[in-house]
Write a protein that binds this ligand. Sequence first.
Ligand SMILES: Cc1ncc(COP(=O)(O)O)c(C=O)c1O
Length: 412
Amino acid sequence: MKLYTFERSYELFEEAKKYVPGGIYGPRSPHFLTFGSYPAFISRGEGARIWDVDGNEYIDYMCSFGTNLLGLRHPKVEEAVRQQQNKGDCFTLPSDLWVPLAKRLVGTIHDMGWCVFAKNGSDVTSYAITVARTATGKKGILVARGSYHGSHFWCQTYGQGVPEEWKSHIHYFEYNDVRDLERVVEACRGDIAGIILTPHRHDVLRDQELPTEAFVQRVNSLATTEGVLVIIDDIRCGFRLDIKGSAHHYGYRADLNCFGKAMANGYPIAVAMGREEYRSAAEQVFFTGTHFFSGVPFAAALSTLDEIESSGAIQRIKELGSLLVQGLRQAAEAQGIQITVSGPPAMPFMTCANDQGFEKNRFFCGEAARRGIFFHPHHNWFVCAALTEADIEKTVDVAEECFKLTRQHFET
Ligand SMILES: Cc1ncc(COP(=O)(O)O)c(C=O)c1O
């Protein structure tokens, strides 16, 4: 097989640097992948595939960092989008899809009585902690160390220019560690408004971890013992594990839920939802954005939710993901590479044994990218319903070759 090259991508990346600081910022920068072995720009996508600006084709296991659940350019979602586009997108007031989507979400997500819409996950996680503070009259927010809740100041984990005071009242504990959670609750007793949590641990650069039952129970009991609101950040897992939400899937008693990413199959919309008793707190929080109200993503979200339910997409991605995980484990074993594949099959992540700096993973993923399989060396992967069994087979064949190369490369 002829290995991919990326001349146009890197030419464009150099040009981008002239106009955009760093060229491409955040985790989409080629510096966060295996530099030189991945493209920098994508020109089009269809189903489970993307094509870069050099014309290289990939089976994409990043799914646009989780927004692509049904497949890119899904015909039903695109038709709903076209219909709304024909009427207009961003109006002076919300479109007439505002109520249907709100009603649909409240009828779908477990125990939620209301919702508010925005664009990005960061908008709604910030909103949710503000509702918790309003509802309780307290300031403290408990956050699991290393969890990502967005790019807003209170939850930034990297970057300069954010005074420490802007992160005051944020208290950290270790995910899944009941004792450490007790420690921070004890230390902050009397001033905790909420705890914000991803449904399971899916931080970058580590194996994923499912929550233990003891941890879920202790989080749930915080509401009754301490009056703390439980906020589930379902931005990344939402609609991949359970149509009623991942809080329901894992047994959390959520007071507030946040969704984004996959809910409109790639169109920009996010939503915060809450139990009925927090409606009045929600009304008191100032929350708006010019594009929060544009109609096209609402059309996409309604159609996406319909399609997820009617097509059985959640079961399908679980099955496809399980095939992938099984295939990777067998291929790695056949080539004498020890791997761990963690997390739910619909959003797995792979690490290599004895790979502290992720050098093996970067090498493996880079070699896979040069052969048309788009994994990520640091961030969990995603499975979309447009994949086929044949795609998984092809992926596993390429992976086996890349495991072999990885073994050879790291043999001393
Ligand atoms: C768990 C989680 N929360 C919040 C966010 C922030 O979402 P956005 O990038 O849409 O602002 C992300 C994004 O990756 C996420 O994975």
